[in-house]
Design a protein around this ligand. Sequence first.
Ligand code: AMP
Length: 215
Amino acid sequence: MILVLMGPPGAGKGTQAARLAADMSIPQVSTGDLLREARRDGSDIGKRAAGYMDAGTLVPDDVVIALIERRLEQGDCKPGAILDGFPRTVAQAVQLDDMLERGQRQVGAVISIMVNEDEIVERILGRLTCGQCGAVFHRLIKPPAVAGQCDVCEGGVSSRSDDNEDAIRTRLQTYTNQTAPVLDYYGGAGRLEKVDGTGGMDDVFERIQDALSVA
Ligand code: AMP
């Protein structure tokens, strides 16, 4: 099953995608993580993406589409994948459908996690991310057991370079302008399930599972 997980930045997509991936035994594929990896590796793609990412704007479609196509061709994605942060434009959604159709596959379900803007800004400003494995913590709500160190892999945790208030506002604006229309694209085709993203992680996970059982 190819599952698309959507929602504004800070809605908890990454956290929920990781849980779903473990639960469904299929990989979580995050374009944000793939791009951060490319930056760490110093690859051409990483260099091309850096400026857009730090400003909170979208990396050009052709870059992320090439990345995702390469990733979905890998063997571990044969049984399916949880797409986290992709597609983020209607052009990406159309290309995803085309790419999957060529392999006789399709998007099985689209879940949109809904959270209001004030809560998002609060969540993101406190967010701490492991530079090594991508695990996410929060300064107040979920601090790592040892300050500055990831509970999962003992890598260093810090604020992402794009988790500052200016970039967050830009990312939210980008979401409204470019990504919200993707919800209409899927909604029109009857493929979209909306889930309330407020409250605890377990509650949201349960709501997603309920939504998937009717999708
Ligand atoms: P994320 O980790 O999903 O919040 O993504 C971090 C940043 O990576 C975004 O603000 C964009 O600059 C870039 N990015 C991630 N996924 C995409 C995508 N599907 N299309 C364009 N840019 C993306």
